[in-house]
Design a protein around this ligand. Structure first.
Ligand SMILES: [Zn+2]
Ligand SMILES: [Zn+2]
Length: 292
């Protein structure tokens, strides 16, 4: 695909899904936001721009460019086996999705990686913008891991581009604060991770944080025993975030960027404080979330 067309497709898909989810959140919100959009969106959208620039400047070939080189030179399993294009594309997509799931599990369980990833979890509300709120170092590491997989398996460029566009869209979808009828959610969550499914992953409770790792296909969580149907406190009453960063000041772009390098005692997702203690901190700093 022509690089200009590829960038246009990526941007158009991002803008369209973002607009639809942002409008849906306004029309039918799932939870009342505790701090709202205004204090959060500049930081969350700022980090999306920082991430895009970081990848483009530091790893300009990215995963799709690497896939073209691998295909040309016959590198990677699928290229060596001369797998038919359609089959290689489907297998490539599934492999990338499984890889992102596995990477997410590892980023939760290795303390130094959790420091990078916890910034995603520290958002005081979750909505469409949380879907792109990842630390640039996590994004760069993720890109290197994807590139390694592309080289090892010979994943075709078309699968890489489709996967990245779809993952971007599903991440915005499943972080959005939208109310979906329960019966519809029950069906949809067999095909794609839904907002109710992913919200449990943003719980302040450690055992809930360490569940529902999927961002796109929901099957890996069910297959590997990390699936949780709902947060214990319920979707409206549950508390979101990371206790040590439960502060409005932590929503600023500069604070987001420095979070991995601060607060040594917080190498774990949830500090040793009791749930009651954590909940008290939340109401002190941001106000408790009221049922809508
Ligand atoms: Zn996570
Ligand atoms: Zn998330």
């Amino acid at each position: 695909m022509d690089p200009t067309i590829e960038i246009a497709v990526r941007l158009a898909a991002f803008a369209a899904v973002f607009a639809v989810m942002a409008a849906w959140e306004l029309l039918a919100p799932r939870r009342e936001l505790s701090v709202g959009r205004k204090p959060r969106w500049p930081g969350n959208l700022g980090i999306v721009i920082v991430d895009a620039l970081a990848v483009r400047l530091l790893i300009p070939t990215a995963a799709a460019g690497t896939a073209l080189i691998a295909a040309e030179r016959g590198w990677g399993l699928l290229n060596m086996l001369a797998t038919p294009g359609w089959l290689a594309a489907i297998l490539g997509f599934l492999l990338l999705d499984l890889l992102i799931y596995a990477q997410h599990v590892v980023f939760h369980h290795v303390p130094v990686l959790w420091r990078l990833h916890r910034m995603h979890h520290a958002d005081l509300d979750i909505d469409v913008t949380t879907g792109g709120r990842f630390h640039p170092i996590e994004i760069l590491l993720s890109m290197l891991i994807k590139i390694a997989a592309v080289l090892a398996f010979g994943i075709p460029a078309v699968a890489v581009v489709i996967f990245e566009v779809v993952l971007n869209a599903t991440s915005m979808f499943n972080h959005s604060n939208v109310a979906m009828p329960e019966r519809l959610d029950r069906v949809v969550r067999w095909l794609v991770v839904t907002p109710d499914m992913h919200r449990a992953h943003h719980s302040i409770e450690r055992r809930e944080t360490d569940s529902n790792f999927g961002f796109n296909l929901p099957w890996w969580d069910r297959l590997f025993g990390t699936y949780r149907s709902a947060p214990e406190a319920g979707h409206v009453a549950m508390t979101l975030g990371i206790p040590i960063f439960h502060d409005r000041r932590e929503l600023r772009l500069d604070r987001l960027l420095t979070q991995p390098f601060r607060n040594d005692q917080a190498a774990e997702p949830v500090s040793a404080r009791s749930r009651a203690g954590a909940a008290a901190d939340v109401s002190d700093s941001v106000g408790s979330v009221k049922p809508s």
